[in-house]
Write a new protein. Structure first.
Length: 126
C-alpha cells in the first residue's frame, strides 16, 4: 500500500516527500518553493492542506487496507514564507469502516502552522 501512496503524482509534483511511516502514523515534508506562494507571498493554504492530506493518506493506508478521505478540515495558525514544512499524522481512532486522524503541520522552528483533522472510510475491511 505504501508503494501506491508513494506513487501519488500530485504529491510528487508539488514536492512532498515521505520521511517516516508506521502503523497509523506518517511524517511528510515539503520544501517551500516559489510555486507554493500566493499573491501576498505566503504559502498558499491549499499547499499546506495538500501536505497534511498526503500525510493523512500515508498514515491511514499504512495497514495495507485502502482508506479514502471522506471529510477533512484545517485550521491555520501561522503564515510561513520560506523554509520547510513538516506534517505529522497520528491516528485518533479506527473502527471497522471509519477512522479519524489529526495532522499537525510545523515549520523549521517547530512552530505549529496548521492542524488538519480528517475522517477516513476504510474501504475493503471485513
Amino acid at each position: 500500500m505504501i508503494k501506491l501512496v508513494a506513487n501519488d503524482r500530485f504529491a510528487e509534483y508539488i514536492g512532498i516527500k515521505i520521511l517516516k511511516v508506521d502503523i497509523g502514523y506518517a511524517l511528510t515534508q515539503m520544501e517551500i518553493e516559489e510555486k507554493h506562494l500566493n499573491g501576498v507571498n505566503i504559502v498558499q493554504g491549499g499547499a499546506i492542506f495538500s501536505l497534511a492530506d498526503y500525510a493523512f493518506a500515508v498514515a491511514s493506508n499504512s495497514t495495507g487496507i485502502v482508506t479514502l478521505g471522506v471529510n477533512a478540515n484545517i485550521t491555520y495558525f501561522k503564515s510561513p514564507q520560506a523554509g520547510t514544512l513538516t506534517a505529522e499524522a497520528k491516528e485518533v481512532s479506527a473502527g471497522r469502516k471509519i477512522c479519524s486522524y489529526n495532522v499537525d503541520v510545523f515549520d523549521d522552528n517547530k512552530d505549529l502552522i496548521a492542524r488538519f483533522c480528517a475522517t477516513g472510510y476504510i474501504k475493503n475491511s471485513n
